[in-house]
Design a protein. Sequence first.
Lengths: 138, 138
Amino acid sequence: MDEIEKVLKTHEVRPTAIRLLMYKFLKERNSAVTLNDIESGFDKSERTTLYRTIKTFEKNGLVHQIDDGTGVAKYALDEPEVGIGNSQDLHLHFHCTNCNETICLTDHKIPHISLPKGFVTQDMNLVLKGICDKCNES
Amino acid sequence: MDEIEKVLKTHEVRPTAIRLLMYKFLKERNSAVTLNDIESGFDKSERTTLYRTIKTFEKNGLVHQIDDGTGVAKYALDEPEVGIGNSQDLHLHFHCTNCNETICLTDHKIPHISLPKGFVTQDMNLVLKGICDKCNES
DNA sequence: AAGTTAATGCACTTAAGTTGCATAAATTTC
DNA sequence: GAAATTTATGCAACTTAAGTGCATTAACTT
């Protein structure tokens, strides 16, 4: 059985043709993609289907949504989980204002923040904005 | 001359009736507001005008836009500036997933993050999500 | 007060996200 | 393996927020 097929099944996502293709598509990218990016990558298939597919991926822990401040949702593959939990969400993202790409900095965790009494944190989103390495060298 | 009128003039915003009202409206709130919130707060005046007004405020350094991940832009008054610079942007925000309010934690600055070579940071956005103090006590 | 510049109101457009429903495909049950 | 059931897909349509063009009105300048 295909490697990707296994990954999907592990996450209880039935491996249909489109899902396999989308997973491969996401895997080939090293930056986060919008629904439009995905749509452009597939001649076939329909916006709604792609939308629901990515949402299924998200719900089942295959991708995470990134909100980089551009106003458009982006998605990137989760790292293969070591354990259970949402440590996935706690890495930070870098958004390049030049090329508009957003990447996961998976080994940069968000530092702990102590809040005033009464506040309970469940999730965090940290986006750094600036110029990425590629845009700086060219 | 009115206090608010002075503030607007200092930021080169002509103090029209609507602008004075909107500034007062923002000042009375201690959480960030959406354009819809503003619209509901004013019987009169038109969506577009309110939109352009808040954008003018933003451009002239009276408010800052907050992207809390709900997909709707929110705005909050800037703190009175101590000096020049964008230290304004570097505080963090707390979004309560229960009451949907977003507040500025102005005295909580975003800690410094060291990035890989080639990356230059110009701006940051950190949003913590969870339950706020009000929702926790009730 | 006349002229100029900026703000406002109205209509319309765009873009992303989202839902309903019929059809098609895949899985389960017999 | 065929029928029944569940799930996925495709199409159309809707919702919401954001944004633009342009004529009118208000504010400021001289």
